[in-house]
Design a protein around this ligand. Structure first.
Ligand code: WT7
Length: 660
């Protein structure tokens, strides 16, 4: 039985404990329903109320939602604010400057506490240094940094002066970095000499140098380098500067630049089903509002809580739930530089124990990989650590199979912590469908119900609602404040990707399939319905990997599909036709390794195919269309039961079906 089928047959229900409900922000299903109904009744009033209560405005808004240029919506448009002021100054002004904002644990275990006062000063210094270098409101700054306090400081410093940041995950290749620098039109790049992961130093500055040398990004005048390891780096005089040197003599005060609510807060690239990655453009007020609000609702975050989100700042989760959400509400959070298996696979549990974490948020793929090791080695099993401070657990990024859910619940949550399985996307800015820890009865593998104000639904190919119990396309029926505003530089693509004509042009198309339970109406996500793969919670376009493969001089043709994988959720399988004859045996192995490394260089190690199969051709219809459905079956090792009579070359299936 596949993970999805077993979710659909899941009968276990875990109601919230009295302890979880007591004092929760949303303390039961009645409270949830009241909020959801309020949003239905007075949609704009609902959102306006939250925006007034949760954010500090320099100039209050008078308009709420403007739909006149749909699907280019605006929210709170005439209001003015600054995200960095909301995340830092207002807590310091309220006398909480000595509270810890970030408890940073380095790869080697060194712990550094950063208070709100410290963070404000560091952000202000860098903001002043950026201004001195001519970075101004509306400019784009690319950030290519490891998990570090400096990463958060860089993001906050940009938004403090009204610059829009675009963070590129430190695992991306120079080519991926170059494409993003060019597309976003960056004027500056903030990077590090190296990053430390699992005891190893990995280069960043040299990759950044390569990316800049690849051309198209001549507008980048400044490269600011955080010295993490002291490793040797090449230096371009006049362009490169050490972060610690340029902030040294800057003032620790920097007046925030007040921006309009719709001013782009950040642009974050993500994969789609076609073409190059899309620059998902987020607004200042809407995204900050929802990051803060969901900290309160989904995580029930209260004073005294210690929050830990294990995501990297290079992904949306690290934006909304490290760099913005926790800071916007004045929380204390743990931030971790390293990897969950170094120096041993009990690192997460050891850190929860050490820092007395109360709310822990991670990806199913991490849980699944830790199950394997800890069931084999008691020393690194969560039961060997004191996890009694934990009160809420969360997951994000991919479906969690009920087995992993139960293990997480029993072993990490000691059977006592609600698990919030949060469904959302880069484009949604924050949580969309998720349990509420003090309200929602949990069903393993289901993300349960939409948050108040989020009009999620399941429809058919024409945009009509399907009855509960019947699978369909996941959509959102009304705009919400934290939704993306545009695809950077490509409004047409924004419209066609997210508001397709086939669905009537008004529904937000998430790209996932979903089904709602007949009785409860709970949502279960069935995975992507487009050519997007989810490998370890990382989003990859099959087309991107295919383009990378065919860019190799040996390759004539390539098709990439996903295959379910016990640990990574999905694994990349590539079917490749070489320009020369089909390789076999050791030669096939050697070329496969070469191609895998090639993809690593072209995109980044996360995109490397797990399995590469060579054929003399690919299965095609007589009109030349590659039959991906068949490739998916072959990748899974399934017997082909489909009708193959329309295939031009059925014999090819035998060749591609055999495991390498
Ligand atoms: C895609 C979005 C959400 C931030 C990290 C990933 C999948 C995400 C869940 C979940 C099932 C999930 C979807 C979605 N996804 N959360 N709780 N259950 N699937 O953001 O890279 O933009 O990817 O991740 O397929 O469309 P992203």
């Amino acid at each position: 039985m596949s993970a999805i089928e077993s979710v659909l047959h899941e009968k276990r229900v875990f109601p919230p404990s009295a302890k979880a409900s007591a004092g929760a922000a949303i303390s039961g299903m009645d409270a949830y329903k009241a909020l959801a109904e309020q949003a239905e009744r007075d949609y704009e009033g609902f959102w306006a109320g939250l925006a007034r209560d949760t954010l500090s405005w320099h100039k209050p808004f008078t308009k709420v939602l403007d739909e006149s240029k749909a699907p280019f919506y605006t929210w709170f448009e005439d209001g003015e604010l600054n995200a960095s002021y909301n995340c830092l100054d207002r807590h310091v002004e309220a006398g909480r400057g000595a509270d810890n904002a970030i408890i940073f644990e380095a790869d080697d275990g060194t712990v550094t506490n950063v208070t709100y006062q410290d963070l404000l000063e560091r952000v202000s210094r860098l903001a002043n240094a950026l201004k001195k270098r001519g970075v101004k409101k509306g400019d784009r700054v690319v950030i290519y940094l490891p998990m570090s306090v400096e990463g958060v400081v860089a993001m906050q410093a940009c938004v403090r002066i009204g610059a829009t940041h675009s963070v590129v995950f430190g695992g991306f290749s120079s080519k991926s970095l170059n494409e993003r620098l060019v597309d976003v039109g960056a004027v500056a790049l903030i990077t590090a000499d190296e990053q430390m992961r699992g005891g190893k130093a990995l280069p960043l500055k040299s990759i950044a140098d390569e990316a800049l040398a690849a051309g198209g990004c001549e507008k980048v005048k400044d490269v600011i380098v955080y010295q993490r390891t002291g490793g040797k780096v090449a230096w371009t005089e006049g362009r490169d500067a050490w972060l610690h040197e340029i902030v040294e003599n800057e003032s620790a005060q920097c007046e925030p630049e007040w921006v309009g609510a719709e001013h782009p807060l950040f642009i974050l690239y993500t994969s789609g089903s076609t073409g190059k990655p899309k620059g998902v453009q987020h607004s200042t007020a809407g995204t900050l509002l929802w990051a803060a609000q969901t900290m309160k609702w989904t995580f029930d975050m209260k004073p005294g809580d210690i929050f830990w989100c294990t995501a990297d700042i290079g992904w949306i989760t690290g934006h909304s739930y490290i760099a913005y959400g926790p800071l916007a509400i004045g929380a204390t959070q743990v931030m971790f530089e390293g990897v969950p298996t170094y120096p041993h696979a009990g690192r997460f549990w050891e850190m929860i124990d050490r820092h007395k974490v109360t709310i822990f948020y991670t990806a199913p793929t991490a849980i699944r990989s830790l199950i394997k090791v800890s069931e084999a080695d008691a020393k690194v099993h969560p039961k060997s650590y004191d996890l009694s401070t934990l009160r809420i657990l969360g997951t994000v990024g991919e479906p969690i199979n009920p087995e992993a859910w139960m293990w997480y619940h029993e072993n990490v949550g000691r059977g006592q912590c609600p698990i919030v399985d949060t469904w959302w996307q880069t484009e949604t800015g924050g949580h969309m469908i998720t349990p509420l820890p003090g309200a929602t009865p949990l069903v393993p593998g289901s993300c349960t119900l939409p948050l108040p104000g989020i009009m999620a639904a399941v429809v058919d190919e024409t945009g009509q609602d399907v009855p509960n119990g019947q699978g369909g396309i996941l959509v959102v029926k009304r705009p919400w404040p934290s939704m993306l505003r545009n695809v950077w530089g490509d409004p047409k693509r924004y419209q066609t990707s997210y508001f397709p004509e086939e669905l009537g042009g008004k529904l937000y198309l998430a790209g996932d399939g979903a089904v709602r339970d007949k009785e409860s109406g709970y949502f279960t996500i069935m995975g992507r319905i487009d050519d997007v793969l989810n490998v370890s919670g990382h989003r990859l376009g099959t087309m991107e990997i295919e383009s990378a493969l065919v860019a190799n001089p040996m390759v004539a043709e390539a098709a990439v599909v996903g295959r379910p994988d016990d640990t990574t959720g999905e694994a990349v399988v590539a079917f490749v036709v070489l320009k020369r004859s089909r390789p076999e045996g050791d030669e096939a192995k050697q070329i496969a390794t070469e191609l895998r490394n090639w993809v690593g260089k072209e995109i980044g190690p996360i995109a490397k195919p797990k399995d590469i199969r060579f054929g003399e051709n690919l299965p095609k219809t007589r009109s030349g269309k590659i039959m991906r459905r068949l490739l998916r079956s072959l990748a899974k090792g399934e017997e082909i039961t489909q009708d193959v009579s329309t295939l031009e070359n059925p014999a090819i299936l035998d060749q591609l079906g055999e495991a390498r």
